[in-house]
Design a protein around this ligand. Structure first.
Ligand SMILES: [Zn+2]
Length: 66
């Protein structure tokens, strides 16, 4: 059985600290989180700046739902 990755490292800067954000998901939502300060952020505010890692992650998310 295939499982899409549950999280991926991105190159996006955390708004609160020098950390780089990760994109992660639960079974029904995706969000950004920072491994350095532990904050979570809504995905929507980062979509416009999505990097390759984010785009690949989101693609696998949609494939997973089909
Ligand atoms: Zn942070």
């Amino acid at each position: 059985m295939y499982f899409a990755p549950r999280q991926a490292q991105t190159t996006l800067q955390c708004p609160h600290c020098p950390g780089k954000l990760q994109i992660a998901r639960t079974c029904h939502e995706a969000y950004m989180r920072c491994p350095e300060c532990g904050r979570r952020f809504p995905l929507q505010q980062f979509i416009a700046r999505a990097d390759d890692a984010m785009e690949h992650f989101l693609e696998s998310l949609y494939v997973d739902r089909v």
